[in-house]
Design a protein around this ligand. Structure first.
Ligand code: SAH
Length: 376
């Protein structure tokens, strides 16, 4: 399966598809037709692409394919949250989570198998780094979610309703350490001929890879979330070790550069995991207030999601409320991320806390049962 000789069109941007068709001796506008079939109708069979000639469809079927990761299981929570465990060609597993809300549907997407960054409160870190996801594996998460959640999938005629309105790159991995594939996948998310999401509805979350933040600013216009988690270098060095390489002052400079860029009219979202007795005191709040004074931002407090053998505990409700109030009183838009899909351990941001164990367990199931987990 891994050494399939066919070209997977799923992760190709419009430009790349145009190159593909030109190389086939076809007109480049075929790219837009095929993009729409793939990303707006979630078609995987070239025979369904009815505005292409039969001859071209047959040629395509010989040299190309549309191949997404395989759903190992699909677990739905009482609140409508879905968690999919996806198996990649090489047997690795990743998770994708869909979180429905009144006015939007957010998909939390993974960018790597494992992670190299070793943040002490994150269980993906314990898995270590395995590999980068391809653009097909990244955008394939969105393709699969839409395909499975669409009320009906029409092959001809009008594109069916898109259920996923927002994408956050907050699953496993550090997206800025898989720059090119993540950018290609995000180009498809933004392309009107593919998913057509607005640039405010695609959010990349980073632990703060400073040079890549600047590169992103020059490359693509998306919302940026930064995992801050601590208001001083001593504490951040411990929680987010990449801070030793790119300390807070450099990180915040990069944040200012990102929002200063004319086309980025938005604010940075700072994520701050609430760890009891570690970073949640009024003194930490005061330091944070002073630190972010001149960065256009909002703050997301994330109640820590515990996992086996972690040394941390989630801050109490009262501590979280007090922390949030102090930031709000200082003029910061501050949201405490609601815990969703708790019954399936799938709340976004907290997905990461469990995914490594789950992947391993799923793999074990797969080995035991041959087909893996619950049938999709
Ligand atoms: N590498 C990216 C994406 C990580 S996941 C980044 O660092 O931003 C998205 C968010 O979930 C990050 O802010 C991450 O720090 C946070 N997170 C990781 N483990 C968590 C846990 N156990 N509980 C709560 N949030 C967690």
């Amino acid at each position: 399966m891994t050494d399939s000789p066919k070209t997977n069109l799923l992760g190709m941007t419009r430009q790349q598809l145009e190159g593909f068709f030109t190389a086939m001796g076809e007109k480049p506008f075929r790219a837009v037709q095929v993009l729409k079939w793939i990303h707006q109708h979630w078609v995987e069979d070239f025979q369904d692409m009815t505005d292409l000639s039969k001859a071209l469809r047959e040629r395509l079927a010989q040299v190309a394919e549309i191949r997404a990761p395989e759903v190992v299981y699909d677990q739905a929570s009482a609140d409508g949250t879905h968690k999919w465990l996806l198996r990649l060609d090489d047997g690795n597993c990743i998770e994708t989570v869909f979180i429905p809300e009144k006015d939007r549907g957010t998909l939390c997407v993974s960018s790597q198998v494992g992670c190299a960054l070793d943040c002490t409160f994150c269980s993906t870190a314990r898995q270590g780094f395995n590999r980068n996801l391809s653009s097909a594996e990244i955008v394939g998460q969105l393709w699969l979610a839409n395909r499975r959640l669409a009320p009906e999938r029409t092959v001809a005629g009008k594109a069916p309703e898109r259920v996923v309105s927002n994408v956050v790159l907050m699953g496993m991995g550090e997206p800025l350490l898989n720059f090119d594939n993540v950018v290609d996948a995000m180009r498809l998310m933004l392309d009107d001929n593919a998913y057509g999401l607005s640039k405010r509805r695609v959010t990349l979350s980073t632990s703060g890879i400073v040079p890549a933040m600047d590169r992103l600013k020059e490359t693509l216009d998306v919302a940026l979330a930064v995992s801050l988690h601590a208001p001083n270098d001593a504490l951040r060095d411990e929680l987010v070790p990449i801070n030793r390489k790119y300390p807070i002052a450099e990180l915040l400079d990069a944040c200012r550069r990102y929002v200063r860029e004319e086309r980025h009219h938005q604010r940075i979202t700072f994520e701050y995991v609430m760890l009891e007795g570690v970073n949640d005191s009024p003194e930490h709040a005061r330091q944070l207030i002073a630190l972010l004074r001149d960065v256009p931002c909002k703050i997301n407090l994330i109640p820590f999601n515990p996992f086996p053998e972690t040394r941390y505990r989630r801050s109490g409700d009262a501590a979280i409320r007090r922390f949030q109030e102090m930031l709000a009183n200082a003029g910061y838009t501050t949201i405490t991320r609601r815990t969703r899909g708790d019954d399936i351990d799938a709340a976004c941001g907290q997905l990461v806390g469990k995914v490594a164990d789950r992947s391993r367990r799923a793999l074990r199931f797969a080995r035991l049962e041959g087909t893996g987990g619950t049938a999709p």
